[in-house]
Design a protein around this ligand. Structure first.
Ligand code: SF4
Length: 375
């Protein structure tokens, strides 16, 4: 029986954040219903009881703007069509501006057992600069009501590197979050993605990115503070209390199989990777005609698969086992990339223990240099 992870994409948001290049659109009530029906049709087309689901992840976009009856229909369809592992991890991403106690209670009753809250910062002027729809006090309320609703597995997303952010404002955000009950933290550096409004402001010289030395100071301070609160890093940008590592996201980093549903969602089964159309209207129309929304697929060669396992696996604190990759793909990474591995070891960007290689602290900061050696 295939153990798999399920990803469900909800591509709607109240308003586009200024830095966001995810597949998400301003919410359109008229599309909710049609999109939900299409999603249910896709689940019916592709899911079956040969799968055993170890994790479900409702991501976006903003899944918490979905009306509860739509969400219930989607979740009940999954439960009807497939088998669930006993220790299923079931996450929903929520935006603090779109959540309340009633919704959280319904999530809990539906079997959702992990909440991921996009807080990003607890400084109102930083939230404004990012174009977030919520205030810092709404963000803290979202956290408090999640605990009150009985969730014991809670992730918070934070962003550093925001223009005009200081070491003090970052520490203030981090400490306020850590003093509350959370089990997982995802911390990402702000990216200036072409096509976003933030990028335009940057190109026009209206905002200045954070200087690199301050970013480094923030990175080091973050480690110290998180240690104090019992959080360890297990992936370049992710920290957890012991036993609360995100099982769904580990599936991606370990190169294991997953099925993605919804517009633009990706899947990986065996050596085949494929994705759905990103066009919401086309997605709905195709499914209304009983057709697959898949528009792209590629079969990875053993070499491509091995490279992918290296690049994704090196993101993890545990790193990669070269013999494990050989068993999975038949590719001897050392034979092909031996020199690159030696170079990275001599630069103290990775270290080797037995047949395993993993990032050093320095390598974690300069991850792109490491991954670049395996392209
Ligand atoms: S809420 Fe998330 S997905 Fe939606 S626009 Fe903001 S960053 Fe993008």
């Amino acid at each position: 029986m295939n153990k798999i992870a399920l990803y469900i994409h909800i591509p709607f948001c109240i308003k586009k954040c200024l830095y966001c290049d995810f597949h998400s659109f301003r919410f359109d009530v008229s599309l909710f219903h049609q999109y939900t029906l299409a999603l249910i049709k896709e689940l019916e087309l592709r899911l079956n009881r040969d799968y055993s689901v170890k994790s479900i992840y409702l991501g976006g976009g903003t899944p918490s703007i979905l009306p509860l009856e739509n969400l219930e229909r989607i979740v009940n369809t999954i439960y009807r069509l497939t088998k669930l592992e006993e220790n299923l991890e079931f996450t929903i991403e929520v935006n603090p501006g779109t959540i309340n106690e009633e919704k959280l209670m319904v999530y809990k009753n539906l079997g959702i057992n992990r909440i991921s809250i996009g807080i990003q910062s607890l400084i109102d002027k930083e939230l404004k600069l990012l174009g977030r729809i919520h205030s810092s006090s709404e963000a803290l309320t979202a956290l408090d009501i999640s605990v009150k609703a009985g969730f014991s597995n809670i992730n918070v997303d934070l962003i550093y590197g925001i223009p005009n952010q200081t070491l003090e404002s970052w520490k203030d955000t981090l400490e306020k979050i850590l003093k509350r009950y959370i089990t997982h933290l995802s911390i990402y550096g702000l990216m200036y993605e072409p096509g976003t409004l933030l990028y335009k402001s940057f190109i026009r010289g209206k905002i200045t990115p954070m200087p690199e030395d301050l970013e480094l100071e923030i990175f080091n301070t973050t480690q110290e503070i998180l240690d104090k609160y019992g959080f360890s890093w297990y992936e370049i940008s992710n920290y957890a209390k012991d036993g609360y590592e995100c099982r769904h996201n580990l599936t991606y980093w370990k190169g294991e199989e997953y099925l993605g549903f919804g517009s633009s969602a990706h899947s990986l089964m065996g050596n085949v990777r494929y994705s759905n159309t990103p066009n919401i209207k086309a997605y709905i129309e195709l499914l209304n005609r009983g057709k697959s929304p898949k528009i792209w697929s590629e079969k990875l060669s053993p070499f491509e698969r091995a490279k992918e396992l290296v690049i994704l696996g090196l993101r993890l604190r545990d790193g990669i086992s070269l013999s494990d990759i050989y068993m999975k793909t038949g590719i001897d990474i050392e034979e092909i990339f031996g020199r690159n591995i030696e170079k990275l070891i001599s630069q103290e960007l990775i270290y080797r223990r037995g047949d395993k290689i993993a990032l050093t602290d320095k390598g974690r900061l300069l991850g792109n240099l490491v991954f670049g050696e395996f392209f």
